[in-house]
Design a protein around this ligand. Structure first.
Ligand code: SF4
Ligand code: SF4
Ligand code: FES
Length: 272
């Protein structure tokens, strides 16, 4: 893009470096046009000033979750953040997500998230459910559909203070994976019991419902209200409700399946 009279200059301070050299913020002046997003400015820098600038992106449509970074200290998708929405009197500061190990410049290693994902018991429907059991209420569909909107940008993981500040030496799965667990636990046909993992390996107790994760989610998933709080209630019921505790001792799991509803055509949990 040529620097013409119609283009104003915006100043960006972009993190450059590796874990070895410690990195620094480097200033760039970028000619901007109406509608430009932060990722456009980074691409201009790559094309015109720093071809070796490491930036991860794919769709430029807020759907792949690759371009996550911290803009003026706030975790955000750079392809969704308009320059015109940022204060003009200070440089736009772009840094990598702080929660994950730095690879280089704006790229971090998010592979830990995939390890956590593998620890969650996958969707476990009954093997012999009759066909009519797979027809369910629209409200049940909508409830789990919200969690399926996740694009795995890991912005919620980045802002969560438990992960960001490493406030615990024990593992905490983080909001993204509480969203995934909720999508499975609240699924009407799921029969796995993930409460032992949520309580122990997943460390759900570390979440103190600050709602920061909900505020940064680009898909507007109500992470705390719709995923974390129901899961916390489920864990509390399983381990602290005397009836559930007794049931668990007798049958080795909580008293009902994921939805709490018996499967049509199958005996309910109490055998009726
Ligand atoms: S609500 Fe829980 S998971 Fe979300 S940011 Fe706060 S502590 Fe982390
Ligand atoms: S829950 Fe939202 S913020 Fe978290 S990874 Fe998914 S889309 Fe990103
Ligand atoms: S480039 Fe795909 S979400 Fe930003």
């Amino acid at each position: 893009m040529p620097v013409g009279r119609t283009h104003r200059l915006r100043h960006l301070r972009v993190f450059r470096g590796t874990p070895e050299d410690g990195g620094e913020l480097v200033e760039y002046s970028v000619p901007v046009q109406e509608g430009m997003v932060v990722l456009d400015a980074l691409h201009w820098i790559q094309a015109n000033r720093a071809p070796d600038l490491a930036v991860r992106w794919n769709c430029k449509a807020a759907k792949c979750g690759s371009c996550s970074a911290e803009v003026n200290g706030r975790p955000t998708l750079t392809c969704k953040t308009r320059l015109s929405d940022l204060p003009e009197d200070i440089p736009v500061q772009v840094e990598p997500m702080r929660t994950f190990p730095l690879v280089r410049d704006l790229v971090t290693d998010v592979s830990w998230n995939y390890e956590v994902n593998r620890r969650i018991t996958p969707f476990t429907p009954p093997e012999d459910a009759p066909e009519e059991a797979w027809r369910w209420q629209q409200e049940d569909i909508e409830r789990v559909q919200e969690f399926r909107k996740c694009i795995e940008c890991f912005l919620c993981q980045d802002i969560c203070h438990v992960l960001r500040n490493h406030e615990t030496r024990n593992p905490f799965m983080g909001p993204r994976f509480l969203v995934r667990a909720a999508g499975l636990e609240l699924h009407p046909m799921d029969r796995a019991d993930r409460t032992p993992y949520l309580r122990d390996g997943g460390g759900i107790g570390y979440c103190n419902i600050t709602k920061c994760c909900t505020e940064v989610c680009p898909e507007h998933i109500k992470i705390t209200d719709n995923a974390i709080i129901p899961l916390k209630e489920r864990v509390a019921d399983t381990y602290y409700d005397p009836v559930q505790v007794a049931w668990r001792k007798l049958f080795g799991r909580r008293s009902e399946g994921g939805s709490g509803q018996p499967i049509p055509g199958q005996p309910s949990a109490d055998g009726s």
